[in-house]
Design a binder for this molecule. Structure first.
Ligand SMILES: Nc1ncnc2c1ncn2[C@@H]1O[C@H](COP(=O)(O)OP(=O)(O)O)[C@@H](O)[C@H]1O
Ligand SMILES: [Mg+2]
Length: 260
């Protein structure tokens, strides 16, 4: 099982929408066995998957806090569709993050939990919270690769550089094998000069850009509100097409890593 973290220290950049759409297309169009992993205490991915209350059986109970959790990873995973599964989250993960501070091996907790289901899925897609706290560090320690959704704004460039520097630190201290899949421009509008300028600045700064770009569509938010992703909600929507393009890029990467 390969593990992809969808991460950015900023919120509202489309991490959750990307995790959900990417996982859905990889499962339905490419027949991978996909595990979506929600490690955001705000549990937007869990909500967008149409899963309500986890009834005390979510990732918080698997990961634990100051002390190890008391439920197995496999027990909290629910099937969403053919080849598509979810390890759900709820607000209890906020307490997990606080508790982890005093836990021995605190950065490795998610990695160990995912190792217990390693043979059951081809790929796990981990939707990170909008911070560089211990939950995100756990995701980046567990991950084989990271995808970084970003709004194309020049003012965000410095923050993005700092995030990339953090990835370098994580490679030195915690996870030497961590690959960068790339920066994914989201909410991108090619008609806006300042968006084009931001993309140009990212390229000149040597940031590894994905070939795909995700534009803005109210259907993306509508889909999430009705427990779906735009790729199933409105398959002909240009942003559904954009997510399929992204999935094609990730599928290439996955094929080079996983034998089946
Ligand atoms: N491409 C898009 N077009 C329009 N709205 C989007 C798009 N992607 C995400 N959204 C909406 O914007 C908000 C933030 O997106 P989300 O994926 O939750 O970001 P993050 O996980 O980075 O905080 C959500 O309401 C989501 O439905
Ligand atoms: Mg999110």
């Amino acid at each position: 099982m390969k593990i992809i973290a969808i991460a950015n220290h900023k919120g509202g950049v489309g991490k959750t929408a990307t995790a959900h759409a990417l996982g859905t297309v990889l499962a339905t169009d490419y027949d991978w066995q996909v595990l979506l992993v929600d490690i955001d205490p705000q549990s937007s991915l869990t909500g967008a998957c149409g899963v309500g209350d986890t009834a005390g059986e979510g990732l918080a109970e698997v990961l634990g806090g100051a002390t190890p959790g008391d439920i197995a990873m496999s027990e909290v995973i629910t099937q969403l569709d053919d080849g598509l599964y979810l390890a759900p989250a709820d607000l209890a993960l906020a307490a997990t993050e606080l508790g982890l501070v005093s836990r021995m091996g605190r950065e490795n907790v998610l990695k160990k939990a995912l190792a217990t289901v390693n043979g059951d899925y081809d790929v796990a897609i981990v939707d990170c919270p909008p911070s560089l706290g211990l939950l995100t560090l756990n995701a980046l320690t567990a991950a084989d690769a990271v995808l970084i959704p970003t709004q194309p704004q020049v003012v965000d460039l410095r923050g993005l550089r700092l995030f990339m520097d953090t990835l370098d630190q994580i490679r030195v201290e915690l996870n030497p094998e961590l690959e960068t899949l790339g920066v994914l421009p989201t909410f991108y509008d090619r008609r806006l000069n300042h968006h084009k300028a931001a993309l140009g600045a990212m390229e000149r700064a040597g940031l590894p850009l994905m070939e795909s770009q995700i534009g803005r569509s109210v259907r993306v938010a509508e889909a999430a509100a009705s427990g779906e992703t735009v790729v199933t909600y409105e398959p002909k929507n240009p942003q559904a097409e954009a997510y399929r393009g992204l999935a094609q890029e990730i599928n290439q990467w996955l094929k080079s890593k996983v034998n089946r």
